[in-house]
Ligand binder design. Structure first.
Ligand SMILES: Cc1ncc(COP(=O)(O)O)c(C=O)c1O
Length: 480
């Protein structure tokens, strides 16, 4: 019988096309500054350029790569551009990309230790490394009562923390019975919106997530938190969880973790520390004071996929008491039973997060840490912070601009003194120009520009140019 057509890509074809893709990525990174940072396409434009139906016949790989260039690139906002200053960084690096490629190549699904022991053990090991690298408490180590796990995002980490807190506060009965509307959780008005989503999903209810007021630095007021907890207890409610943020998304505010921890201790509440955006800074000992009090946290997370050169997605989440998390999230159907699990000698990460299946994400994290070394990572973080501090200095010195919040690290919140409309116009013109990409927030009700320095290749010339372009646009709108 003649060989049937397989339709598959042969190993030799894969090798050839793989080289072409790696070349394409390397070239893309070399020419990234030639693209407008913010995609300039209109809604629907990309879809309109695609065929209405899927091809019946397979196409040559060269055609696919050509279409990436022709059809997809115009619709890409270039997060890896050194002129990307919007939202928060989502930086990537050669070792991160290659680690991710290897993960795809191995195609491992690591739901259980036994479905790929290396996937679990490397993850545990790298997360233990990070405990020491970030100056986190020893209780988070897997050799103690805690442990770390890679989640897809900080949103999932917050949800897992909230679920475990809810279970602990109800003596592990709410998974069975559901919530009775009496469980309450606490965050600040500046806490990331993922906490609100977590409250919805965890059945706590958004109105039972108390958003506590903040001070003039946008950090939560501990005395207001304590007052609210006491009032809720008097009303017969069951407080269970507080989220403290080390680096809020809007303005990089730092909640006073140590003071919040004292309150949590008094009321036996689960303290979750969200350092998604800024936690990477703790690689440098001089920035660790910002997380003082983390030693009292029940859980902590940060996003290497934001500022630690590990391409999306990669969130690191630790708990002080892994038993509480596992008891909350574990269900064991017959078809997943195996000897290693029964022996109790292994970690099965499926019990540490929402989904069952999981990718081999620790490979890219391991590659990044080994490629840069702690020293290399510290070098870049310090550089980013220094560049942001210089930018803040220029803002302070310019009579037409003002800072809108303290600048503890790499995010500068600032505004032109001409008012909301002027700031909005400056931002829109800059973003339309494609030269750089900035986003905004509202602080004290005022439209505020945000410039976050954290892309892999952002250097002095990019920040200097950004400031020059901002002033140029400002001059245009204020010219008589
Ligand atoms: C402080 C903080 N928490 C949570 C998040 C949510 O991150 P993720 O996209 O990983 O869910 C972000 C980023 O947007 C953040 O800055």
């Amino acid at each position: 019988m003649p060989d049937e057509k397989s339709f598959h890509m042969t190993p030799d074809e894969f090798r050839r096309h793989g080289h072409a893709v790696v070349d394409w990525i390397a070239d893309y990174h070399s020419r990234i500054e030639s693209f407008p940072v913010l995609s300039q396409v209109k809604p629907g434009e990309i879809r309109a350029s695609l065929p209405a139906n899927a091809p019946t016949r397979g196409e040559p790989f060269e055609a696919l790569l050509k279409d990436v260039e022709r059809l997809i690139l115009p619709g890409v906002t270039h997060w890896q551009s050194p002129n990307f200053f919007a939202y928060f960084p989502c930086n990537a690096s050669g070792p991160g990309i290659l680690g991710d490629l290897l993960s795809s190549g191995l195609g491992v699904q690591g739901m259980l230790w036994s479905t790929s022991p290396a996937c679990t053990e490397l993850e545990t090991h790298v997360l233990d490394w990070l405990v020491r690298m970030l100056g986190l408490p020893e209780k988070f180590l897997s050799s103690n009562a805690g442990g770390g796990v890679i989640q897809d995002t900080a949103s999932s980490a917050a949800l897992c923390a909230l679920l475990a807190a809810r279970e602990r506060a109800t003596n592990y009965t709410s998974n069975q019975k559901g919530c009775d509307g009496r469980i309450v959780a606490y965050a600040s008005t500046q806490t990331h919106s993922s906490l609100e989503k977590a409250a919805m999903i965890a059945g706590i209810g958004v109105s039972n997530l108390r958003l506590i007021e903040v001070d003039d630095k946008f950090a939560v007021r501990p005395e207001a938190l304590a007052r609210q907890i006491e009032a809720d207890k008097r009303a017969g409610l069951v407080p269970c969880f507080v989220c403290a943020t080390v680096g809020t998304t809007s303005s990089n505010a730092m909640d006073p973790v140590a003071e919040i921890a004292k309150i949590c201790g008094r009321h036996n509440l689960w303290l979750h520390v969200d350092a998604a955006m800024s936690g990477t800074a703790a690689l440098c000992p001089e920035f660790r004071h910002l997380q003082n009090g983390v030693e009292f946290a029940d859980s902590y997370n940060f996003n290497p996929h934001k500022w630690m050169f590990t391409n999306f997605d990669c969130n690191c989440f630790w708990v002080a008491d892994r038993k509480a998390l596992i008891k909350t999230l574990s269900i064991l159907p017959e078809y997943l039973r195996n000897q290693a699990t029964e022996s109790g000698a292994v970690i099965d990460y499926r019990d540490w997060h929402i989904q069952l299946g999981r990718r081999f994400r620790s490979l890219k994290l391991w590659f990044v840490i080994r490629h840069y070394g702690v020293e290399g990572l510290q070098h870049h973080i310090r550089r980013h912070v220094q560049l942001a501090q210089e930018f803040a200095h220029w803002v302070r010195e310019d009579e037409n601009f003002e800072l809108a919040a303290p600048v503890p690290l790499n995010l500068v919140c600032f505004r032109h003194k001409g008012g909301d409309a002027a700031n909005q116009t400056i931002m829109e013109r800059l973003n339309r120009s494609g030269d750089l990409f900035l986003t905004h927030t509202k602080l004290n009700g005022k439209f505020t520009l945000r410039l976050c320095v954290g892309q892999t290749n952002t250097g002095a010339r990019h920040v200097e140019r950004a400031w020059r372009r901002i002033r140029e646009e400002a001059e245009k709108i204020t010219a008589p």
